[in-house]
Design a protein around this ligand. Structure first.
Ligand SMILES: [Zn+2]
Length: 71
């Protein structure tokens, strides 16, 4: 899925495709594709913006729903 992120190094905001998202047992978010800043090329140095957080929240609710249905 596409998530809005902010680069930790240069504070540039960008939308990026993180691929498939999953959450491990400790609640850590794992994404398929690690983000690279399009401006300074920093690899996997990102903060989630408010917009990104909303996107992830929506994803999380669907994700929880899926897990519940499997049981
Ligand atoms: Zn950057």
């Amino acid at each position: 899925m596409i998530v809005n992120l902010e680069c930790e190094m240069c504070h540039f905001e960008f939308d990026t495709e993180l691929g498939k998202l999953e959450m491990d047992k400790t609640g850590t978010l794992i994404y398929e594709k690690k983000p690279t800043c399009p401006r300074c090329k920093a690899f996997d140095k990102v903060l989630i913006t408010d917009k990104g957080f909303e996107q992830l929240n929506k994803w999380f609710l669907k994700y929880l729903d899926q897990i519940t249905k499997k049981k």
